[in-house]
Design a binder for this molecule. Structure first.
Ligand code: SF4
Length: 252
């Protein structure tokens, strides 16, 4: 009996893969999957947009990922067509490239990164799954990141139920770091204490080995604004992360 996630995923084809998002500091991005089995409930912005634009009808449909089967063919074409114009490719903005226990997705993402690197273009990879060890063999300019907003498995079970356990996520990042890779921790969306009370220092200590850390607030959920002085809270947390990074020689 195969484990969940080793079953064949549904597939679709698309007309394009690489695109230029309108986010500051980001060059190109790609999303080789529609949907995400991580099923984050903050809520997930990508799910809100997929529902709004009629790409999926329900949250349960969103959590059944669909592979873009012509991803590598599209990359082949677009990398040639835009040769010299692409500086960096981010995986992913509307799905997760290393979705937990989804080996078909991991294989496709790894093959995509390899192909992009072959064209001399580095990638930035961000996941709430487990970064595979094979990434250490690829372009040394690649950046490998995990999203991490808590160390509590109780929190994860409620807000990010399909993601990798925190210890596994951190261990995979640390292993890549020890292999000399550039690693990064994306602390967003960080919860206000009325969502979940925790000590940010414990989280920072757990990833003190990373090359870079960034920090962002919880969005798209009115419960944040029920916390008195949410703005002041985020200002203090941001300052704490900045201080920690300075003390530990981590890029913020
Ligand atoms: S991992 Fe990212 S894309 Fe997937 S459900 Fe969570 S927030 Fe959305």
């Amino acid at each position: 009996m195969p484990e969940t996630g080793q079953l064949m995923l549904e597939t679709i084809t698309r007309k394009t893969m690489l695109y230029k998002p309108s986010l500051p500091g980001m060059d190109y991005a790609m999303n080789p999957v529609l949907g995400c089995s991580h099923g984050c409930r903050y809520p997930c912005y990508a799910w809100l947009m997929a529902r709004r634009f009629g790409k999926v009808k329900s949250f349960s449909e969103w959590t059944r990922p669909i592979l873009v089967e012509n991803t590598l063919e599209l990359l082949e074409k677009e990398l040639k067509k835009w040769h010299g114009r692409i500086q960096n490719v981010h995986l992913c903005l509307t799905t997760d490239p290393f979705m937990y226990r989804q080996p078909e997705i991991g294989r496709l993402s790894l093959a995509s990164i390899r192909r992009i690197n072959q064209s001399g273009i580095p990638c930035a990879v961000l996941t709430k799954g487990v970064l595979p060890a094979e990434l250490a063999e690829l372009d040394e300019r690649n950046r490998y990141g995990i999203s991490l907003i808590s160390l509590s498995e109780e929190f994860r079970g409620h807000w990010e139920p399909g993601t990798a356990p925190y210890a596994e996520r951190i261990a995979a990042l640390r292993a890549l770091h020890e292999q000399g890779c550039r690693t990064w921790v994306h602390i967003e969306p960080y919860p206000t204490p009325n969502i979940f009370a925790q000590n940010i220092d414990e989280l920072l200590e757990a990833v003190a080995f990373a090359s870079e850390i960034d920090f962002g607030r919880w969005n798209y959920n009115p419960v944040v604004n029920q916390f008195p002085d949410a703005a002041g809270f985020y200002q203090a947390m941001r300052a704490r992360v900045a201080d920690f990074c300075r003390e530990h020689g981590i890029r913020f």
